[in-house]
Design a protein around this ligand. Structure first.
Ligand code: HEC
Length: 100
């Protein structure tokens, strides 16, 4: 059942209902800094990967960013994070990246 919900939320416009709990939010924030930051820079202004700062992703829609994070970009260093991030967690990360 939960599986279907996740699948559904991956293919519909993100309605941000299921925010991760505070402990998981802290883990995700940590992951952004250490894992994503190792390629996207600290702060996330770009390095091996492009800048993920709010102004840099302003013209990219959620679906594009969601796909890049979940599935990675074949042929580039960007790995798929699907094994580590649920759809809800990925949406939460995107909202966080958009916040100045
Ligand atoms: C091993 C290096 C590496 C790591 C770690 C990494 N990325 Fe990336 N990322 C890249 C590269 C390189 C690209 C550019 C791929 C391309 O050319 O399309 C990219 C692209 C992206 C994009 C698409 C940006 C755009 O402008 O289209 C997003 C979003 C993204 N990464 C988010 C993340 C997040 C979130 C994490 C951590 C969970 C992460 N990345 C970790 C290397 C990395």
């Amino acid at each position: 059942m939960r599986y279907w919900l996740l699948l559904l939320s991956a293919f519909t416009t993100p309605v941000f209902a299921d925010a991760p709990n505070p402990q998981r939010q802290a883990e995700l924030a940590n992951m952004l800094k250490h894992d994503c930051g190792s390629c996207h820079g600290l702060p996330l202004k770009g390095g091996l990967g492009p800048s993920l700062m709010p102004d840099a992703i302003a013209d990219k829609n959620d679906a594009l960013l969601f796909d890049a994070i979940q599935n990675g970009r074949a042929g580039t260093a960007m790995p798929p994070w699907k094994p580590f991030l649920t759809a809800d967690e990925t949406h939460w990360l995107i909202q966080r990246l958009r916040q100045p």
